[in-house]
Every structure is written in structure tokens, then in C-alpha cells.
Design a protein around this ligand. Structure first.
Ligand code: GLN
Length: 460
């Protein structure tokens, strides 16, 4: 797999042409919903003429199709936004372009980022880079696969409950979900505003540092962005790491546990200490997440009414019919399920019993993490309970699908940085990632830890 540095001294036009050709060769993975070839080549010519320069000069990248970006519609993999041309670009995209990077395409995802396999895309699933019969993971499945297939050296994703980490783990690439508020969410289609985080996929930890350094920072257009804090760092031996026992139960695939244990052994060999720790509230995290997130989803998706923008049903006679039919035609089943659950838990009769209780339990989880971080520099565990599962295996049962998120949602609910690091593969050749979770604003330390172990990694 290539690194960002491999592109910097090439002609930008050549970089873009190579990326586009590679994307076309790999069309059968369905990782991309659109190429932004015309605009990419125009920008590449400007880079080659010396009119645009920067730390990512001429480096091609891909954005998940819920980022507003020019050159192709921003669909969020939904019929609702199928023809939506963005009037502006996401801050993250603008910042990358200002450093000379060139967006070559829009990646497939679960519609509106609702899902963990990319099977909820209104335009069909993305296939796993290592086994086409398996899911790519999700919701940023397309972004993970274009990175794994070496179409581009990095891609952007959004992570609300695992959508960067899980597909990174399923496709053997690095994925970072930063501390909540690190990167502006401005210009990214909202899923759940209290956990939505913007991050990236890369082929190594140093590239993640570089991309994060460019994207991170306060944005007046997103009031939840934190003051600038992200700065690449190094770690010394002697870091105290907690292995989360609650993530290593018998329900977790033995090969996944084995890869985590291998990584733990490597951490120890590098001079760090690893001890088992408990996070008892983690067992409620999925229940909390699937109340809080649908609540926010139902509110964020209320804007798609067929009147202002997005899909509008034809041949309707009344306003109610316009709303109803536009939403029925524009949303996939999973979107509708979340709108229903969210509206229910927020309704006056059930708010106290569900939403309020969930927020209280969320606070308990946050406190439990904070307590652990008084004694530990980072936590480690699997990213997901299994490697990539077969396409179609979980689609009939939403609960089964939600269970794949069990180890990624805790860090999301607590706003903590968490990364997925390649950690080898199963006997069947499927990649497995480990998850490192850090203190708020300790994103760079996690990447540094991963970087320090990279040379000993089995597969790169
Ligand atoms: N799989 C999780 C869900 O379905 C996470 C989605 C995400 O992070 N966008 O909610």
C-alpha cells in the first residue's frame, strides 16, 4: 500500500490519473458512488503549474459521500439526496484542498451513515477488500475499501458509533475517530450531533497524524469544535495501558481475541505495561446508544420534508401526502426504523423512561472512563466482536447488526478518541483490528503509540 509521501514529488495530474484508473479497475467492489474526475484534473493541473501547494500537494483522496464536496452530487447514499449538488464544501474538505490535496471521488456508505456494513446504501453494498463475499463494514465502508485497495493513500469518513473504526478493522487499514469536536462537522450530513466525529483512513499512523493535523481545529461555523490542540507526538516506553476485560468475553470471536492478545504482547515487548481493567457500564452502552442516537437522528432527519431540498414525491394532492411520500421514497428501511425509535423515545409519554434514563446512564459510562484514565494512558480491546461477516448475513435482524457496534459505541458516547490499528488476520485471511481508546484530546498519543509499534506489525 502507498503512503502520502509517495505522491508528493509526482506530477499531480499523474497521481490523479493513476487513482482514477485504479478506481475504474476496481469498480466491482462498489466502493465509490461517483468520481470527481473533471474537477480533480483541473485542480491537478493547477498544482502542477505551481498555483496550489502545501503539505498534501497533489495527493489524491476520497470523501465519504455524506461530506459536501464539489464535482459530484452529495447523496449520503440515499434516494433523498440522490440529485443534491452541494452549494458549499465541508470545512474538512476545504482545509485539505488548501494544502493541495485533490478529491477524486465520493465513497459509498450506509444511507445517512445508519449502519455497520454499507448494506444500507440505497445504491447497493460495498464489498470487502479482502473477500468480496464479505461486507466492507460501515458505515464508511467505501472509504475504508478505497484505502485498502490502494486507490488513494487516504480517505475521509465520519464516525458516530464506529463507522470509521469498524470498516478500518475489516479492511486492514488505520482508522481514527478523534475526540469529539476535533474536526469541524460543518458541511457533513448530520447523523447524531452529540457523537458525530470526522476522521480518516490511512495506510499507516504517521499519515493519520498528517491528515488530522490539517483537518483539526476550531471552526467558527461549528460551535462544538474545540480550540486547536492536535499536535503529533512520540511516546516513551512505560505507558500504562488497560485491557478492557468487558470487551474480551467468550462472545467475542476467539481469533479476534487472539489478535488483541498478540498486540498486547507487542506493547509489553516495547516496554509498556498492560493490565486488565473493568468497564462494567460498557454492557449498557449499546442500549444507551440505540436510544440517544435514534433520538438525534429523528430530529436531524426532520428537515427532509420534500419542500426545502432533497427528493420530492410527484403527483401528490395534499401537504401531508407530500411529506409522507417524499420521506417514504427518500429513506431506506433503517432510516425509517431510527426515525420511529427516536420519535418514540422523545415523545412526551416516554421521554423520562427512555431518553432521560439513557442520558443518565451515559453520564455513568463517561465517569467510569474518566476514572480509568486517572490511572491509565490508554485502553485497548477489539474493534468489533468478529471479522467481516458475509454480505446478507445480518440484514434480516437489526439487533444482530447493532451488536457489531458493541465495542465502538462506548468511546463515541463519551466523546473519546479511538483508533483502529491493523493487528493481523484470521486463518481465513480476514483482517482484524485492535482498538486503542484515549483520554479526551489525547488523540496524538494514541497515534504515536500505534506508530511506535508499526515496525513490528505482521502485515503492511
Ligand atoms: N454502526 C453504527 C450505527 O449503525 C455506527 C454508525 C456510524 O458511526 N455512523 O449506528
Amino acid at each position: 500500500m502507498t503512503k502520502i509521501a509517495d505522491y508528493l514529488s509526482n506530477s499531480a495530474v499523474e497521481n490523479v490519473k493513476r487513482a482514477i484508473a485504479k478506481a475504474q479497475e476496481n469498480e466491482d467492489y462498489h466502493a465509490l458512488l461517483a468520481l470527481t474526475e473533471t474537477r480533480a484534473l483541473e485542480r491537478a493541473a493547477k498544482v502542477d503549474a505551481g498555483l496550489i501547494t502545501g503539505r498534501l500537494k497533489g495527493v489524491p483522496f476520497v470523501v465519504k459521500d455524506n461530506f459536501l464536496a464539489f464535482g459530484a452530487p452529495t447523496t449520503a447514499a440515499s434516494k433523498m439526496l440522490e440529485k443534491f449538488d452541494a452549494p458549499l464544501q465541508a470545512t474538512a474538505v476545504e482545509k485539505l484542498e488548501a494544502e493541495g490535496a485533490i478529491c477524486i471521488g465520493k465513497a459509498n456508505l450506509d444511507a445517512f451513515a445508519h449502519g455497520g456494513s454499507t448494506e444500507n446504501s440505497a445504491f447497493g453494498p460495498t464489498k470487502n477488500a479482502y473477500d468480496k463475499s464479505k461486507v466492507a463494514g460501515g458505515s464508511s465502508g467505501g472509504s475504508a475499501v478505497v484505502t485498502a485497495l490502494d486507490i488513494v493513500p487516504f480517505a475521509l469518513g465520519s464516525d458516530t458509533g464506529g463507522s470509521i473504526r469498524e470498516p478500518a478493522s475489516f479492511n486492514d487499514v488505520y482508522g481514527i475517530k478523534p475526540t469529539y469536536g476535533t474536526v469541524s462537522r460543518y458541511g457533513v450530513v448530520a447523523m447524531a450531533s452529540s457523537t458525530d466525529s470526522i476522521g480518516c483512513f490511512t495506510t499507516n499512523a504517521a499519515d493519520a497524524e498528517l491528515v488530522m493535523s490539517v483537518m483539526a481545529g476550531r471552526d467558527p461555523k461549528d460551535m462544538t469544535t474545540l480550540p486547536d490542540f492536535f499536535a503529533p507526538t512520540e511516546v516513551k516506553p512505560g505507558q500504562k495501558i488497560g485491557l478492557v476485560k468487558d470487551f474480551m468475553t467468550d462472545d467475542v470471536d476467539p481469533e479476534v481475541r487472539a489478535r488483541v492478545n498478540d498486540y498486547v504482547a507487542k506493547l509489553r515487548a516495547a516496554g509498556h505495561s498492560v493490565e486488565e481493567v473493568e468497564l462494567p457500564t460498557a454492557k449498557y452502552a449499546l442500549a444507551i446508544y440505540y436510544i440517544v442516537v435514534p433520538a438525534e437522528v429523528s430530529s436531524n432527519l426532520a428537515r427532509y420534508d420534500g419542500v426545502r431540498y432533497g427528493h420530492r414525491a410527484e403527483g401528490v394532492k395534499t401537504l401531508a401526502e407530500l411529506y409522507g411520500r417524499s420521506r417514504d421514497e427518500g429513506f431506506v428501511t433503517e432510516n425509517k426504523r431510527r426515525i420511529m425509535i427516536g420519535s418514540y423515545v422523545l415523545s412526551s409519554g416516554f421521554f423520562d423512561a427512555y431518553y432521560l434514563q439513557a442520558q443518565k446512564a451515559r453520564t455513568l459510562l463517561i465517569n467510569e472512563f474518566d476514572k480509568l484514565f486517572e490511572n491509565y494512558d490508554a485502553l485497548i480491546g477489539p474493534v468489533a466482536p468478529t471479522p467481516a461477516f458475509a454480505i446478507g448475513a445480518n440484514t434480516a435482524d437489526p439487533i444482530k447488526m447493532y451488536l457489531a457496534d458493541i465495542m465502538t459505541v462506548p468511546a463515541s458516547l463519551a466523546g473519546l478518541p479511538a483508533i483502529s490499528v491493523p493487528a493481523g488476520e484470521t486463518e481465513g485471511g480476514l483482517p482484524v483490528g485492535v482498538q486503542l481508546i484515549g483520554k479526551r484530546r489525547d488523540d496524538a498519543r494514541l497515534l504515536a503509540l500505534a506508530k511506535s509499534l508499526e515496525s513490528t506489525e505482521a502485515k503492511q
